[in-house]
Every structure is written in C-alpha cells, then in structure tokens.
Design a protein. Structure first.
Ligand code: FES
Length: 233
C-alpha cells in the first residue's frame, strides 16, 4: 500500500489506507480500486469494518514543485497548491513563505516556489505528455457514439454517454429509475467526461474536473456545472 496511518477522533481510532492511484477519468470501474484496499485491510489487519471510502485528487505541477506565493491571476490573493501529497513538508514551507510575503519579509525560498516561475526545461517532459494525453482523449471520446436508444440500457446506479440530437449527453439512472441527463462536455476546455462507477460522478480525463450526476461542479479546474444536455443553443 502507498500510505498507511492512524487517525484519532476523541476516543475513536481509525486506520487510513491509501493506494491505487490513477488519473481522474481514466478508470471507469473505480470499485476495483476500493476493493483492492479493502482486501488488503482484511488480510493485513483482520478487519472488514470500512467506515469511509473516498477518492482524493493529488495535483502535480509540471516541474514537480508546488506553487506557493502570490496568485498570477488575482490581486492580493496568495496560493499554495500542487503538494503531490507531501502536505507535511510543503504545508509547513507554505506557512513560512506566505507569512513572510504578507508581512513584507524576505524569504529565500519564495522565488523557488513562485507560482509565476517559468521552468520550460523542467516542465517540458510532463507538459508534452499531458497535452498529448488531452488531445488523444479529445479525439477518441468525440468519436464514440451511443444512440438515444441506449437510454433504455442504462441500469439503476449506472452512467453512460449517449447522443441526444447530435450532442453528447452524460446519462445517469437514479435509484427511483429516473434518468438524469446533462451535457457530457466539460465546461473547462471541452473534453468528454467519463463515468466514475464507485463514486457516481462524471470525471474529466483531461485536467481532472469532477461533476455530480446532476451536473453540479464538484472539483475544478472547471468553474461551471455541466450544462443541461437538452438546452438548444
Ligand atoms: Fe475538463 Fe479541462 S477539459 S478539466
């Protein structure tokens, strides 16, 4: 397993187990990831009492160093992100750097983590790989066609991409048998969202935005919800 730790809340003790990383939207059957961890807990700790399950996002900057400092986009806004799961170290560093920036003190590390830095050499490999990946998804996912007839084949608790009047629609059937149909086009940069089976969400494989089954934005970089698939434009 990637990481195991304990966590106490009052007199309750919990075990936290992390594993099975994959890119957002790149694995539809995410139940496999949860099962792998649960099987491990059963064997290693003899317990099958799972109280919480969740998938978290781990942001990874192109040059692998977090962005800590003033926002390149807004005035008087300070940011600290891209810790790649090393929050203990970078969270502490962010506290020191940001407090110095706010109080006008010199901090020797501020330049290294500056969100406005430009590091073409260190970033090139990852940037090129990610952009090829985005392009591949844009092309592949737009070619996939599922006709409106497929509405009937969407089972309870399942999500599927189908075409409605020539537009891609993210379709989910809820526990009462009703269909929820929203646009499958991510409002960030237009990729087609993918179904996340374990967490019942629509996840974008391009830059990781996530949406609830009714299209509500759960996590950026998108700022807006998925549109109503049946709206005419
Ligand atoms: Fe969906 Fe960028 S296109 S997150």
């Amino acid at each position: 397993m990637e990481r195991i730790s304990t966590y106490n809340v009052g007199s309750e003790s919990y075990l936290i187990v992390l594993d099975d990383t994959h890119k957002v939207g790149h694995r539809e059957d995410t139940t496999v990831s949860f099962k792998k961890i649960e099987d491990y807990i059963k064997v290693a700790f003899g317990s099958d009492e799972i109280v919480y399950r969740w998938g978290a996002q781990n942001y990874s900057p192109a040059d692998s160093l977090p962005y800590i400092g003033t926002s390149p986009l807004q005035k008087n806004v300070y940011i600290a992100t891209g810790f790649e799961a090393d929050g203990l170290i970078y969270g502490t560093a962010a506290g020191a750097i940001l407090s110095d920036l706010i109080t006008g003190k010199h901090n020797p590390w501020a330049e290294v983590f500056d969100p406005k830095r430009f590091t073409p050499e260190a970033s090139a490999k990852k940037t090129i790989k990610e952009n090829i990946d985005v392009l591949a998804h844009l092309i592949k996912d737009y070619l996939v066609k599922g006709s409106e007839k497929e509405f009937a084949s969407v089972n309870i608790g399942e999500g599927k991409i189908v075409e409605v009047r020539g537009k891609k629609a993210a379709t989910y059937r809820d526990e009462s048998g009703n269909l929820q149909v929203v646009s499958a086009i991510c409002p960030h940069m237009g990729c087609v969202v993918h179904w996340n089976k374990a967490e019942r969400s629509w996840d974008c494989p391009c830059h990781g935005s996530r949406f609830a089954v009714n299209g509500t934005l759960l996590e950026g970089p998108a700022f807006n919800d998925l549109e109503n698939a049946l709206d005419e434009k």
